[in-house]
Design a protein around this ligand. Structure first.
Ligand code: G3H
Ligand code: ZN
Length: 278
């Protein structure tokens, strides 16, 4: 199964009320694990690379090409997405490299400036056949502060989609980025209200802080693309920590990174079941 367009995974899922797992890639092992988990679940999946991860590597191309190669060899549909991008140069680079979609994050700007900046990116990306996600109502936690109080207004969301032409919208409904506990409480009525008002797929960010039953409920109420990063890093790091604790003489990086990769594969397969992705 070749690399596919993001819309070809997300749009049928909206129709069938299935969730789509969108998992963040930092190291090559993440990409390998996420695709292996999706293959085990028999579900499509989105690999996403954030601007922060690009900053960590110092460039998009090496990790981007690695993720593209893993996606192209998968036996399930895999899409490649650039996540939380604020730099228009990085958007252009991703499009040139073959990313099928971009989340342009102008959510820190006021409404009018967000509309203007996002609409300009949409025009450029659509000319290249690239799908664009944007965010309205800044979802907390991007600066490490867990502020889950932000809420997106359904009417404003509909107007934002109309004015910008975005293909998907990230909304603030009670989650917050980078949570280590899974006790965020989602506003399910608000999700249903936004889904009724907005004609494009909805995206849940900060999903690591949301428990399984709440994730499944979010999908039932109209959420489709479910972004998960921290939760997989918790699984990865716990496995590495155990491995290193058990053997003081261990130096082969494949032994402990391999344990992390296996833990992420298991968790991705399980989460895709929770989201009803298959
Ligand atoms: O865009 C990525 C996600 O929103 C991930 O958030 O690390 O809280 O799961 P998380
Ligand atoms: Zn996010």
């Amino acid at each position: 199964m070749p690399l596919v367009a993001t819309g070809s995974i997300v749009e049928p899922a909206v129709r069938d009320r299935r969730g789509v797992g969108a998992f963040n890639v930092i190291q090559l092992e993440h990409a390998e694990a996420i695709v292996a988990g999706a293959e085990r679940a028999g579900a499509p999946v989105i690999l996403q690379i954030s601007e922060n991860a690009v900053r960590y590597h110092g460039a998009l191309t090496p990790i981007g090409r690695a993720a593209l190669a893993v996606a192209r060899d998968a036996s399930v549909p895999v899409a490649l997405h650039l996540d939380h991008v604020t730099s228009t140069d990085l958007v252009r680079e991703g499009v040139e490299l073959g990313f099928g979609s971009v989340m342009f994050d102008a959510s820190a700007l006021d409404y009018e400036a967000n509309v203007q900046a996002t609409a300009a990116v949409v025009a450029r990306c659509h000319a290249e056949g690239v799908w664009v996600e944007a965010e309205l109502g800044e979802i907390g936690g991007k600066d490490g502060v867990h502020a889950a109080g932000a809420r997106t207004d359904p009417g404003e969301a509909a107007a934002f989609v109309e004015s910008t032409g975005v293909d998907a919208l990230a909304v603030a409904v009670g989650s917050s980025h980078a949570m280590l506990t899974r006790d965020a409480v989602l506003d399910l009525d608000l999700i249903a209200g936004i889904a009724r008002a907005v004609p494009v797929p909805l995206v849940l960010h900060g999903s690591s802080g949301v428990a399984d039953d709440n994730l499944a409920a979010a999908v039932r109420h109209g959420m489709t693309k479910i972004n998960i990063a921290t939760h997989l890093n918790k699984a990865f790091t716990a496995a590495v920590r155990t491995c290193l604790r058990e053997d003081d003489h261990l130096v082969d990086t494949r032994r402990y990174l391999g344990a992390g990769r296996t833990a992420v594969t298991d968790e991705v397969a399980r989460l895709l079941g929770v989201l009803g992705s298959a």
